[in-house]
Design a protein around this ligand. Sequence first.
Ligand code: NDP
Length: 504
Amino acid sequence: MAPPAPAPPANSPHTATVAGVPVDTRHWIGGRRVPSASGATFTDHSPLDGTPLAEIARGGADDARAAVAAAREAFPAWAATAPAERARLLHAVADGVQARIEDLAVVETADNGALLRSHRRGVMPRVVHNLRYFADRLLALSHDDFVTRGHTHHVSWDPAGPAVLITPWNAPLMLASWKIAPALAAGNTVVLKPAEWTPLTASLFAGIAHEAGLPAGVLNVLQGYGPEAGAPLVADPGVRRISFTGSVPTARRIAAAAAGHLVPCSFELGGKSPLLVFADADPELAADLAVEQYDNAGQVCLAATRILVEESARDAFLGHFLDRVRKLTPGDPRDEATDVGPAIHPRHVERVDGFVRRALDAGAKAVTGGGRNHALGGNHYLPTLLTDVAQDSEIVQEEVFGPVLTLQTFPDGDEDEAVRLADDTRFGLAATLVTGDRERARRVAARLVAGTVWVNCFFVRDLSAPFGGSRESGIGREGGDWSFDFYCDLKNTVTAPEGWARHG
Ligand code: NDP
């Protein structure tokens, strides 16, 4: 166990106490807290009430270079560390997170506004699980040697080198740990760049990892804005992998930068996923699943935001759905009773509202919601359902990333039309279908373009399963051995048989 990282001087602009938890908001590079080379900081605000939470180190090109240099320096020793020892250290980090779930949960809620009860009981335990799962999976990784024409082929999973991990604000530590765990397990060193709107739990995590004994430089955290801190990271020639979760336009920029050094990228991007409700479905289940799409104020890449209902089932579905919406409690995410908290940022609320306004102007009807939640103010937006929307309209085609769903119907018995509507966007992250007919489920699931299809359920994610998106929802899959596939360079070592063959 390493000693705790030294605290910053008391008068440092990088000391903050958030929800009672002290956070050091400098970068974490080479096992040390460091301010930006420029000395610059930026202010992190809470989505709960807009109050400033902390001054965060504002990284630039010099800091990015230093972070990658630290990751490069630490790489040979970490890559050579026995898998059992890497796994032990990841479990030690998981223990550290487990011990601080409450601190991490309250800070994450203060920083991104998602429900405290979810952070406590779902999200932070999942961070622990991410770390433990990939530690164990590393030890189970195997490739049997095989022999052809007397030659032995030995396939090894060689760590690729320093990896840059770039994460969004909607599930900050959960998504970071989902990348950090396999990258470190595989023997890579990493530089994490968290989103500027949610920098805090990454800083806490760096301290936890250090105290658990992770060697200096194995995990580095660079804070800052995407164009200033993220862009030089992804263009650095010392980087060998980039894993990014975020928006499509940013992915394009990263892909262009990565092309310079032919660095493999894994992209998990946006979605506009359908929720197909067939007339043979349990209408209560369909309504339950539809209302779940308002979780995290709709700021979920996987959210099934386009509800497609078979014509004759529309009224029953809508009745059950509106019933449930009426029972939702919007409010302060720290309150156990709250179901829908605020959106992340005033700028984001503006964006979400823009989509809704334009849809209403184009003829859509708001069956429920349709604007800001003026009673609560701040970043609160009403759970919204829009009908009378055209398939080629912006609200049906573009990701809103807020609590905004659309409802369309397809003719009775017309499975082809249901699939056509479901598949008719440029995305392909996920799809959910609700039906009482197993054969139909199998048939329709096979035709949907999506990285994940859920049948009569939603958001069930097992770490052994591949996860990612088709079309503009992403490139590549992570999860299970697919993560190791991405973070490793597979090598085949061919050994001649002793004694008889000198050449292949
Ligand atoms: P962005 O693409 O704007 O940002 C994501 C991250 O990229 C942030 O850390 C951002 O920094 C950084 N970044 C921005 N510009 C650059 C650049 N030029 N080079 C390197 N890094 C850069 O997405 P959002 O944060 O707005 O997240 C929302 C999006 O993420 C949605 O579209 C959503 O669908 C998607 N998402 C996908 C998931 C999936 O698994 N498929 C899961 C969760 C979200 P900064 O914060 O400073 O701008």
